[in-house]
Ligand binder design. Structure first.
Ligand SMILES: NC(=O)C1=CN([C@@H]2O[C@H](COP(=O)(O)OP(=O)(O)OC[C@H]3O[C@@H](n4cnc5c(N)ncnc54)[C@H](OP(=O)(O)O)[C@@H]3O)[C@@H](O)[C@H]2O)C=CC1
Ligand SMILES: C[C@H]1O[C@H](OP(=O)(O)OP(=O)(O)OC[C@H]2O[C@@H](n3cnc4c(=O)[nH]c(N)nc43)[C@H](O)[C@@H]2O)[C@@H](O)[C@@H](O)C1=O
Length: 323
């Protein structure tokens, strides 16, 4: 095996190469599948959670022995917003460590040519410099509401790095910022802020409610990226990047939760008032990532927050409401 930092992955050249997209029914996995299919990839291997539980080591290894995919993109994980992370710390650390350890190790042992792991911007210290460069990792304490999930994600990055160092295996990691779009989780408590507010404003609109409750103070800043831009960045990275360090994937634009709430309210068409429940946690005050490394390789995000919200709300009304 040559130096993977210099080998071409040939990712875009063979559209019949077998690719396992783990977590293909989720927000991210479904967007990656749409992107790969639009590019003409014809040999995707997909397994739902009920068909293959990725926490089960024996089942995962048997699957890899039978299928022998050439490329693997890991978008399966235990995922949730601030409340879910804060309430189920054991699930967030244990399930994520199990899934990623099984999938990374079996991918390596069964000859996968290139592997991509997805982490999250919450891996960085709570008070990291802004915008956050990749090398801020492990320079300070984590945000307490999501430290269990963050520790698992940091272990995933480090496992990819360790296999690259010891075995010259081409494993890379992408750290997406807060994502949204089609197939998001719209659960009232366990979801992220954007789908949670979209649902709450929609239900308030149809019920002629006068007020909607929003969590925290509204002052935290968050960066949002449409999941179709993330899928584009994942394919771009599989083709163009082979390095030890993880890559930040963000829009480069941040917004306060208050301004986000006003924008979602406008897109949904709710005309009542916002009431802030300050008993709920704000989480980290700010987490804008420095995306200059990925931009320097030639990738750019394309979907504005307003356009992405309009598209997501249309999808929500057509696919979730009344189902
Ligand atoms: N959403 C976001 O804002 C962000 C997400 N990310 C990362 O992107 C990745 C995907 O997240 P996202 O798409 O939002 O999450 P979703 O919850 O939408 O999707 C996760 C997928 O993983 C599957 N899955 C979970 N547990 C198992 C299991 N034990 N065995 C097999 N499949 C399983 C789920 O299947 P099922 O539903 O059937 O359980 C689902 O298809 C994660 O690594 C996440 O950390 C990073 C930054 C932000
Ligand atoms: C992607 C990322 O997601 C999580 O971190 P987070 O950025 O804090 O995510 P969040 O979307 O849940 O909240 C963002 C902000 O929004 C406020 N907020 C207002 N009203 C609602 C509301 O109704 N629901 C939610 N969830 N938040 C609300 C909320 O109080 C907070 O100030 C972690 O899982 C982390 O591990 C991770 O990786």
């Amino acid at each position: 095996m040559g130096d993977p930092a210099h080998d071409s992955s040939d990712f875009l050249t063979d559209k019949s190469a077998k690719i396992f997209v783990a977590g293909h029914r989720g927000l991210v996995g479904s967007a990656i599948v749409r992107k790969l299919q639009s590019l003409g990839f014809s040999n995707l291997v997909l397994r739902s959670h009920s068909e293959l539980d990725l926490t089960r080591q024996f089942d995962v290894d048997s699957f890899f022995a039978a299928e022998k995919p050439r490329f693997v993109i890991l978008a399966a994980a235990k995922v949730g917003g601030i409340h879910a992370n804060n309430t189920y710390p054991a699930d967030f650390i244990a399930i994520n460590l199990q899934i990623q350890t099984n999938v990374i190790d079996s991918s390596f042992r069964h000859g996968v040519k290139k592997f991509l792991f997805l982490g999250s911007s919450c891996i960085y210290p709570k008070l990291a410099p802004q915008p956050i460069p990749e090398n801020a990792l492990l320079t300070g304490p984590l945000e307490p509401t999501n430290e269990w999930y963050a520790i698992a994600k940091i272990a995933g990055i480090k496992m990819c790095q360790a296999y690259r160092i010891q075995y010259s295996w081409d494993a890379i990691s992408g750290m997406p910022t807060n994502l949204y779009g089609r197939n998001d989780n719209f659960h009232p408590e366990n979801s992220h802020v954007l789908p949670a507010l979209m649902r709450r404003f929609h239900e308030a609109k149809v019920n002629n409610a006068k007020q909607v409750v929003v969590w925290g103070t509204g002052s935290p800043l968050r960066e949002f990226l449409h999941v179709d831009d993330l899928a584009d960045a994942v394919v771009f990275s599989m083709d163009k990047y082979s390095g030890l360090e993880h890559l930040n994937v963000g829009s480069g634009k941040e917004v306060t939760i208050k301004d986000l709430a006003e924008l979602v309210k406008e897109v949904v068409g709710f005309e009542g008032d916002l009431v802030w429940d300050t008993s709920k946690p704000d989480g980290t005050p700010r987490k804008l990532m420095d995306n200059s490394k990925l931009l320097g390789l030639g990738w750019t995000p394309k979907i504005s927050l307003k356009d992405g919200l309009v598209d997501t709300y249309k999808w929500y009304v057509e696919n979730v409401v009344g189902q």
